[in-house]
Design a protein around this ligand. Structure first.
Ligand code: C2E
Ligand code: MG
Ligand code: MG
Ligand code: MG
Length: 280
């Protein structure tokens, strides 16, 4: 039918389709080579104590600098890495790099700096995962108390029973478990009660509109109250303004992270940032 619209039109559609298929294929091929070619690096985004402004930890956020494509967002390539079976290898690299860097920072004076690492559901389900975490700690010399693993609700409930087992074993080792993007998943209170967790990270979609949207304020309040009951720490992500930070402090939210405090930084930039006095 589109032929009636003229030859050019068909060519256009075909070209566009080819480009789409090619780009996904190319992206996949580039991704398979990225680790060997050292195209990944980590950025670090500080998490602060809302009461006194101290940096308590960083979150490690992966970056991929593909020479031809430029920076590719993790929101784009992490799901692809999960799909094509690369996430274990990439995740292992992130874990080792993040632990080593944090140990270095502890050694140069930030003695109590922690690190949070994002873990995909696929990694958690890999039987070798527990051992890999142990090895990353052993090789870096980082104390397990300084490591937090961030998991999303959907990652945990994919295989709830085995996930809980691994999470318990990790906690027993001294590692902390955090639920990332909290509030966007299934949030059934009954399973929340049975999950071995140390902290909840309130999703930035609630934090963003806290001043102007009463419902979001109510949700954030409820999560903070629930955190007290569950005896877990509450971290607000995506804090972009001073006003948001002030409200969260008043609500007695424990920790905060977001552009208002600091955007994710390359390792050398983080050192400069940490050397300045931090006040909020
Ligand atoms: P996430 O773990 O929820 O990380 C928070 C994301 O929000 C980061 O995006 C961060 O740069 C961004 N962000 C931080 N503060 C603000 C703020 O104030 N405002 C706004 N608008 N955004 C803020 P990023 O680095 O692009 O990462 C996106 C997602 O990719 C992460 O979400 C996480 O799910 C995933 N990811 C990143 N690194 C890794 C990794 O090493 N392993 C795995 N499995 N996933 C990762
Ligand atoms: Mg995270
Ligand atoms: Mg998050
Ligand atoms: Mg989020």
């Amino acid at each position: 039918k589109s032929k009636q619209l003229g030859g050019n039109r068909i060519t256009f559609y075909e070209t566009e389709m080819k480009q789409k298929i090619l780009s996904r294929f190319e992206l996949e091929n580039y991704l398979r080579k990225a680790l060997k070619r050292s195209e990944f690096f980590l950025c670090y985004q500080p998490v602060i104590d809302l009461e006194n402004g101290t940096i308590i930890a960083n979150e490690a956020l992966i970056r991929w600098n593909q020479p031809r494509l430029g920076l590719v967002s993790p929101a784009e390539f992490i799901p692809l890495a999960e799909e094509i079976g690369l996430i274990d290898e990439i995740g292992r690299w992130v874990l080792n790099e993040a632990c080593q860097q944090t140990k270095k920072w502890q050694q140069i004076g930030m003695h109590h700096l922690g690190i949070a690492v994002n873990v995909s559901g696929k990694q958690l389900q890999n039987p070798a995962f527990f051992q890999e975490v142990r090895l990353a700690l052993k090789h870096s010399g980082l104390d397990s108390n300084y490591l937090t693993l961030e998991l999303t609700e959907s990652a945990m409930i994919q295989k709830l029973h085995s996930s809980i087992k691994v999470m318990r074993a990790l906690q027993k080792m001294g590692i902390k478990i955090s639920i990332d993007d909290f509030g966007t998943g299934y949030s059934s209170l009954s399973y929340l009660r049975s999950l071995p967790i140390n902290s909840l990270k309130i999703d930035r979609s609630f934090v963003n509109n806290i001043q102007e949207t009463p419902i979001d304020m109510a949700i954030v309040k409820a999560i903070i109250t629930m955190g007290e009951g569950l005896e877990v720490d509450i971290v607000a992500e995506g804090v972009e303004t001073r006003e948001q930070a002030d409200i969260l402090r008043e609500l007695q939210c424990d920790y905060a992270q977001g552009y208002f405090i600091q955007k994710p930084l390359a390792s050398h930039e983080f050192e400069a940032f940490a050397n300045r006095e931090i006040r909020i």
